[in-house]
Design a protein around this ligand. Structure first.
Ligand code: ARG
Length: 462
């Protein structure tokens, strides 16, 4: 052998040093070590069960692998760039530890199906971790909603005051988005749930393996059905990055609102000091760094999705080395989503709500104009005419500097004789909000119903 390579037999010259570095993935794929070892142990057990290797050899291999796992966890393992990736680093170390019998581990297997397995196992665990963080954020939103059920804020369209809504209703809008995100991530986990090992390099293997047995050991629901597809499929990673992109888009929108709301101009909420920084020059400033960064990091998660889609778009079957480039975007997405969710759950839980300011803002901007229109519609006027009546009323308010609830009955009646003294029961903020009682509306009773429902759904899940 011209070098320490496990595949060195065919080669007469060593790899160029820079080429070695350029082609290596050990710097980033070492984070999958646990899954590589877990997969190898299951594989070795199967080889013995099928009498492809002896039980004694399997035992040696397995205890060797367990020793390596302990070494890596104890940070007592020297990852070598010359050994290219995590798979060969571990295999080479195994042979070093237990001798030539270690070389039997790779029977009936290829790095192509091995890496497909490792990435799936890794992502499967990370999906669970992400689900826990996402759940904590949903919990924080529900708690804040419940704690602020009496708080009314302006609801916006076009960022113009539209109609008053409960702050709790606004928070629950995000709860819904994250509920769908959780569903999408659970879907990713479902489709990921097939064992790739056994596909070999691309065509399957000549050894009498038992894939179902390996699947069972590793907790997969089944096995993949086509070896060529198995070693060239990265759909699961792309699907995850797509679901993560949507999730980050939601976090980014919430970030944007928190940034607006915590500005002096809105002044609706205050972020805890723990999530802000000061300015090096302007002493009065408290910058919403965390939501700004989450908004910014959304861009890199989108970028990762684009990287993976572009990486895969023209690859012929089956494995191509290009696919080694799948890991960094995937890992970066996992880290970014986890970090963002973790920090957000805490930030939402510690949000200080400035109820009075929200209420004052909600009362501005003629936010109950639609309620006056609905009122005259109930008295029999077609909605289009009602719209006209209230349009004129608002213009009068603008000209006279009055707000809708401040108009006298005579002033109201200039615009429609249908308006009577009970109009004042409909134009307060509370009346406006609480009139929207149908499922999904902002009335307090409707919002309380949704909080209860969400809590029940969560209880049923856990
Ligand atoms: N490090 C490689 C990757 O991440 C492992 C598979 C290598 N297979 C090969 N035929 N060179 O894709």
């Amino acid at each position: 052998m011209a070098q320490d390579k496990l595949w060195g037999g065919r080669f007469s010259q060593p790899t160029d040093k820079f080429v070695e570095e350029f082609t290596a993935s050990i710097a980033f794929d070492q984070r999958m070590y646990r899954y590589d070892i877990q997969g190898s142990i299951a594989h070795a057990r199967m080889l013995a069960k099928q009498s492809i290797i002896s039980a004694a050899d399997a035992e040696q291999i397995i205890s060797g692998l367990e020793g390596i796992l302990a070494d890596i966890e104890a940070e007592n393992f020297d990852f070598k760039v010359s050994l290219e990736d995590i798979h060969m680093n571990i295999e080479a170390r195994l042979i070093e530890r237990i001798g030539p019998v270690g070389g039997k581990l790779h029977t009936a297997r290829s790095r192509n199906d091995q890496v497909a397995l490792d990435v799936r196992l890794y992502l499967r665990d990370e999906l669970q971790a992400i689900a826990v963080y996402l759940d904590a954020l949903q919990q924080a939103l529900l708690d804040q909603a419940e704690a602020n059920l009496a708080v009314i804020m302006p609801g916006y369209t076009h960022l113009q005051t539209a109609q008053p809504v409960l702050f709790a209703h606004h928070l629950l809008a995000y709860y819904e988005m994250f509920r769908r995100d959780a569903g999408r991530l659970a879907d990713v986990a479902k489709r990921l749930d097939e064992l790739p090992l056994g596909a070999g390099a691309l065509a399957g293997t000549t050894f009498p393996i038992d894939r179902e047995y390996v699947a069972e050991q590793l907790g997969f629901a089944g096995v993949t059905r086509n070896s060529l597809d198995t070693v060239s499929d990265r759909d699961f990673a792309i699907e995850f990055c797509a679901a993560a992109s949507i999730l980050m888009m939601h976090l980014s929108r919430l970030s944007e609102e928190l940034i607006l709301w915590s500005s002096a101009d809105f002044n609706f909420v205050e972020l805890s000091d723990a999530f802000c920084t000061g300015s090096s020059i302007m002493p009065q400033k408290k910058n919403p760094d965390v939501p700004e960064l989450v908004r910014g990091k959304t861009g890199r998660v989108y970028g990762n999705l684009m990287s993976l889609l572009t990486l895969m778009k023209s690859l012929p079957l089956a494995y191509n080395k290009d696919m080694q480039e799948d890991k960094e975007p995937l890992f970066d997405t996992i880290d970014t989503v986890k970090g963002s969710l973790k920090i957000f759950a805490d930030m939402i839980a510690k949000l200080r709500v400035k109820a009075e300011n929200m209420r004052t803002a909600a009362a501005r901007g003629y936010s109950t104009a639609t309620d006056v229109a609905d009122y005259v519609v109930r008295k029999g006027l077609p909605f289009r005419q009602a719209h006209e009546v209230v349009g004129k009323t608002v213009r009068y308010c603008v000209e006279t500097g009055k707000d809708i609830p401040e108009l006298s009955l005579a002033e109201f009646q200039q615009f429609s004789p249908l308006i009577e003294a009970d109009i004042y029961d409909f134009v307060t903020l509370e009346a406006s909000v609480n009139a929207r009682r149908a499922t999904g509306g902002t009335a307090r009773e409707a919002v309380e119903r949704e909080i209860r429902r969400a809590r029940q759904e969560r209880q049923a899940k856990s």
